[in-house]
Write a protein that binds this ligand. Structure first.
Ligand code: ATP
Ligand code: MG
Length: 351
């Protein structure tokens, strides 16, 4: 399908807070790669807390319809109220569902680690994005000794298999070709047992046809995985996990390499991909022009890589890596005193 694209239609959803500052930077990086991708066509779209407070809708119907006409999208970040607000639910969670973005992919790489950060980290967390505790079936009842709260945790063979395939596919394109399955099947032998067995079984599926035979497989209990992530992160290449463990592991992994402002992600499905920086809307620094744009710029690169434009992605990533390594033009979260636009200008110069 890539060869047939005349243009690349990209939805832009800055959403809230620093999203308005970092998504334009990602757009500029995409524009800078020129002929390595089909002519980009950007579509500005609304979602999030800010539009909810104005209109009472967090994810307007028009946004979803417009996205269905796009090849991909970039999402900024949403501010979520800390208490439940009637009528509000996270647009990003809804978008993942509506567009069937079943994988959350988050590479974590140390480029120029400073004191307290780990060197030699080069891993990628592949998080299942549609089920587990996120089916949000909770109930509160009154038991004999007081309130009782229950939640359903759904693990299916179907979802475990497709996330497993995604993980092996990614591993195949990496030098170490190693997949670690994260689970807790010593306690949850039915749900996590199914996840573990299904992912383990991916390489022997008939339709896979032996393609993954060179990929080595390890597995680890989630608690020990977090421990080892902090002690010896270099042992990991591709980590694949059910939704909740993936959420925790990927935030923990991000902490290994410094600022949240560096870590990109994509939400990916078979027909759509959406780049999204890992950080939130950072209300403490929003509007000051000092947000680190690198996580969003890298998310754009990751999105282009998923769409099979590796040259464009490499050019963006290399430019970003150089700016970080040189260490002269950095935002305050990385110990510098430069502005968002100054970092962007350095990246664009190198692209
Ligand atoms: P939210 O509810 O939207 O998640 P938050 O208060 O949790 O908001 P985060 O965005 O998760 O804020 O950020 C946590 C901390 O990291 C904040 O102090 C924020 O300023 C900082 N931070 C996050 N992203 C960036 C960035 N791109 N550049 C600089 N600092 C950032
Ligand atoms: Mg946050």
């Amino acid at each position: 399908a890539t060869a047939a694209r005349q243009s690349l239609k990209i939805g832009l959803i800055p959403a809230d807070g620093i999203g308005h500052e970092v998504i334009p930077a990602a757009r500029a990086a995409i524009e800078a790669v020129g002929s390595d991708i089909p002519k980009p066509e950007f579509v500005d779209l609304l979602a999030g807390w800010e539009v909810f407070t104005r209109s009472g809708v967090a994810l307007p119907e028009e946004t979803v319809d417009a996205l269905k006409e796009c090849d991909c999208a970039l999402f900024g970040s949403v501010s979520s109220p800390s208490r439940k607000v009637t009528g509000y639910s996270s647009p990003i969670v809804a978008l993942r569902k509506k567009l069937d973005l079943y994988a959350n992919i988050r590479p974590v790489v140390s480029v120029a680690p400073t004191a307290g950060e780990k060197p030699d980290v080069d891993l990628i967390v592949v998080r299942e994005n549609t089920e587990c505790l996120y089916v949000k079936q909770e109930e509160l009842t009154n038991g004999e000794k007081g309130k009782e709260a229950r939640a359903t945790r759904l693990i299916t063979e179907y979802a475990s298999r497709r996330i497993g395939k995604m993980a092996f596919e990614l591993a195949l394109n990496r030098p170490r070709k190693h997949v670690t399955i994260i689970h807790k099947s010593n306690v949850l032998s039915v749900t996590d047992g199914l996840f573990r067995e299904t992912v383990r079984g991916v390489p022997s599926l008939p339709e896979v046809n032996g393609r993954f035979d060179d990929v080595t497989i390890a597995e680890q209990l989630v608690d020990s995985a977090v421990y080892r992530l902090f002690r010896e992160p270099q042992i990991y290449d591709v980590m694949v996990a059910p939704n909740l463990y993936g959420d925790i592991i990927s935030d923990a992994a991000a902490a290994l390499v410094g600022s949240l402002g560096l870590v990109p992600s994509i939400n990916a499905g078979d027909n759509f991909v959406m780049g999204e920086p890992v950080h939130g809307s950072a209300p403490d620094i929003a509007g000051k022009g000092i947000a680190n744009p690198i996580a969003s710029i890298r998310s754009a690169a990751l999105m282009l890589r998923y769409l099979k434009y590796p040259q464009a992605a490499d050019r963006i990533d290399k430019a970003v890596d150089e700016v970080i390594r040189e260490g002269k033009v950095l935002t305050p979260d990385l110990g510098g005193n430069s502005k968002t636009n100054e970092v962007l200008a350095e990246v664009l110069k190198r692209i």
